[in-house]
Ligand binder design. Structure first.
Ligand code: FES
Length: 141
């Protein structure tokens, strides 16, 4: 029965081909599960008291996907913490270095620049100011 044998072999081959397709894991470069709402503020947001960001330091505001840093002269800088590599929200700040959980890119929270690949583009700079003792950050003008 050659026809049955051939059909049987095709079925086996089709079954074998389906396994690697299902296991490709193409989501490796997308944002983690449940983070599809992660975004940079589209309007100015009150992040908290000005004293939370020390001179020469930085603070990560995870709820708003913003990092604020302050240089030695007291000037504030703010950046979106949506990774420029594949869009993951960055949730780890070590000193003034941001570390992306998805593929390990690192950024300088003072300059926004990439300090470790795979990202190649700096973080998006935001407008930031201190008003009445509060830090307000939002989209750049
Ligand atoms: S999304 Fe790939 S390193 Fe951040």
């Amino acid at each position: 029965m050659p026809s049955n044998s051939s059909a049987s072999r095709r079925t086996v081959l089709r079954g074998a081909a389906a396994v690697p397709v299902a296991g490709l894991g193409l989501a490796a470069c997308s944002a983690p599960e449940g983070s599809s709402v992660a975004a940079t503020p589209t309007a100015p947001v009150d992040l908290g008291t000005e004293g939370e960001v020390a001179k020469g330091g930085a603070k990560l505001y995870r709820d708003h996907n913003v990092v604020v840093s302050r240089d030695r002269n007291g000037a504030l800088k703010a950046y979106s913490t949506i990774c420029t590599h594949a869009g993951c929200p960055i949730d780890n700040l070590q000193g003034t270095t941001l570390i992306c959980p998805c593929h390990g890119s690192e950024f300088d929270a003072v300059t926004g620049k990439v300090v470790h690949a795979p990202a190649t583009q700096p973080l998006t700079e935001l407008a930031v100011k201190a008003a009445n003792g509060r830090i307000i950050a939002g989209p750049a003008d």
